[in-house]
Ligand binder design. Structure first.
Ligand SMILES: C[S@@+](CC[C@H](N)C(=O)[O-])C[C@H]1O[C@@H](n2cnc3c(N)ncnc32)[C@H](O)[C@@H]1O
Length: 271
């Protein structure tokens, strides 16, 4: 079977099994198995493809496994990140937070950054790669997620990885920027997540009764780890833009910014 036939077969298979976004998922797994980028499909449509590997991928998609876990990696900001069971898949909204951080950090010499709740490392590792004179501490509690963090940070000598709970008192140097995309879904809303999202670790989502537990601990325990005039940047849920002002009592100039979809998504605050 060649790449073009494999693509056509995959679309039909996924559609027949009720998988959403069948076109895009078919193209992505076929190109993954063929070892090419999606954009190279046309140039390689007559290449031979290993159907056994493709069949494995299609079967996993049929059972509801996220596309990103099936292919084992995902593009984020300017790099590819390894992902799989046990780690949150990086989201495009988070790229906007990284972009804000990189712009700010380019105005600081040898900045120190703390990325709380790092997951795959998509925030901290992207910053470390984009701001080469920075030193970035990435803190992640989950052992499974930490394994991906280690893989994704492998070639970065300006990243320090810490496998710990941000509710603990962690001895660390003071930072110019603390950044975090913490769990922020209310515990009672977790059962309402989409089935595919439920395949991702619940620990990555659970923000406690009102979804704000992690912002409280950042405000209460982490402000002292910021240098004077240091900056805090957070990702928030789209319905948390008002509540966050009551939580961030240790900060002034708290500003909520919208994402590309027009939803409240990021907070920038100064110590
Ligand atoms: C929303 S995910 C964000 C992951 C990554 N920063 C990103 O943007 O894709 C939250 C992360 O916090 C981690 N986490 C949950 N509780 C934690 C805790 N108490 N201390 C440190 N990390 C924690 C989860 O394992 C998960 O990786």
């Amino acid at each position: 079977m060649n790449v073009k036939e494999a693509y056509s077969y995959s679309v039909s298979f996924l559609e027949a099994n009720g998988v959403d976004e069948a076109d895009f998922k078919a193209l992505t797994v076929v190109c993954h198995v063929a070892g090419i980028k999606n954009s190279e499909y046309h140039a390689h449509k007559d290449d031979f493809i290993i159907t056994k590997r493709l069949a494995d991928c299609l079967w996993k998609l049929k059972t509801g496994e996220p596309l990103q876990y099936v292919i084992g990696k995902w593009d984020f900001y300017e790099s590819e990140f390894y992902v799989g069971e046990g780690v949150l898949i990086p989201r495009p909204e988070t790229e906007e937070l990284v972009d804000l951080a990189v712009k700010y950090l380019k105005t600081v010499t040898n900045p120190v950054v703390i990325d709380l709740c790092s997951g795959s490392g998509c925030i901290g590792v992207s910053i470390a790669k984009a701001v080469t004179d920075s030193k970035v501490y990435c803190i992640e509690k989950s052992k499974e997620a930490f394994r991906y963090l280690e893989k994704n940070a492998k070639d970065c000598n300006n990243v320090v990885l810490i496998n710990d709970d941000i509710f603990n008192d962690i001895d660390i140097e003071n930072a110019d920027l603390i950044i975090s995309n913490p769990p922020y879904i209310k515990t009672s809303d977790l059962p309402n997540l989409q089935d595919e999202v439920k395949k991702e670790p619940q620990m990555a989502f659970d923000g406690g009764n009102d979804g704000l537990d992690f912002y409280r601990i950042i405000n209460n325990n982490w402000t002292s780890k910021l240098k004077p005039n240091g900056v805090l940047m957070l990702e928030i849920g789209e319905d948390q833009g008002k509540d966050i002002f009551d939580v961030l009592t240790e900060f002034y100039n708290v500003e909520v910014k919208k994402d590309m979809y027009g939803n409240d998504r990021m907070v920038v605050a100064k110590r």
